[in-house]
Design a protein around this ligand. Structure first.
Ligand SMILES: [Zn+2]
Length: 280
């Protein structure tokens, strides 16, 4: 960490005290900003990262569109909108698979190295090998870390694009307060990933709405998947595998997620029901 004397030294170069010139493609985004601090860190992938804290001029607000939307979040589709649009969850199956493969190789090799070290100790070998001296598991550790990082970066990038798009499109965005929804802890990987994505999704919506002059409303998720968005009839809980249903009161046919998203929007808008019925 250092006090800022980082300078843009050329079109593709930054100058850092002690380290000298480094090549980067990011000099464009650093134009017109005041660099306050910087930190150089070594990642488990063996790569160095430079993070910069900078002062930026207040961003331009996005244009008003006059549109409101309710958003329900899910596992297969990350975001389901009250207007029927669905945005799929992020897929990085190749990198995820590689990351799982190297995770298990890493665990196995590390365990083997540990056993050999123990054996050395037991046999009172003169030159004890250390865990670190087994390059095979060190290699697996680096590869595992780099695939995990890749997946995380790609997911984050996808969420950034999606949330910026949404904040640009709508003036008011209503979501469920997931802290209230509080999903029970479970060991299912897909759900765990979805959980992490949802909280990142919300955080991004929060600060982007604030930054670009839009409004985010978090509503209590109670009954949003039970109530018919046409007539307001509560037909009770439905098992998760039921993706579509028909309201026993008004016979409206609903997509489970879209209906929930519409209800989320109604909860966020005073007199929302009238407003939406007029629109539809
Ligand atoms: Zn109904």
């Amino acid at each position: 960490t250092g006090k800022s004397i980082v300078k843009i030294a050329g079109r593709r170069y930054l100058y850092l005290p002690k380290l000298g010139y480094i090549k980067t493609s990011k000099t464009g985004v650093l134009k017109d900003v005041k660099i306050k601090r910087y930190t150089v860190s070594l990642e488990p992938t063996g790569k160095y990262y430079l993070s910069i804290q900078a002062e930026v001029k207040a961003p331009q607000k996005f244009k008003k569109t006059g549109k409101q939307v309710g958003i329900d979040v899910g596992v297969a589709d990350l975001a389901i909108l009250s207007n029927g649009l669905k945005y799929p969850a992020f897929e990085a199956s190749y990198f995820e698979k590689q990351s799982r493969i190297w995770q298990s190789k890493y665990s196995r090799r590390r365990h083997l190295a540990y056993l050999l070290c123990e054996q050395d100790k037991h046999q009172k070998v003169l030159n004890l090998r250390s865990l670190e001296s087994f390059s095979n598991w060190q290699r697996a550790r680096k590869l595992k870390a780099s695939y995990q990082k890749k997946v995380a970066n790609k997911r984050k990038d996808y969420l950034h694009k999606l949330t910026t798009h949404l904040v640009r499109q709508y003036d008011v965005i209503a979501i469920e307060d997931l802290k209230v929804k509080n999903l029970q802890k479970n060991h299912c990987l897909a759900k765990a990933i979805a959980n992490a994505s949802w909280s990142m999704f919300r955080q991004m919506l929060e600060y982007k709405c604030e930054r670009y002059g839009k409004e985010l409303i978090a509503v209590n998720p109670k009954n949003t998947s039970r109530i018919c968005s046409k007539c307001g009839f509560n037909s009770g809980a439905k098992p998760l595998e039921i993706r579509e249903w028909t309201c026993p009161n008004c016979q409206a046919h609903h997509d489970r997620d879209i209906n929930a998203a519409v209800n989320i929007l109604y909860k966020a808008m005073p007199n929302g029901q009238e407003l939406a019925v007029v629109n539809s």
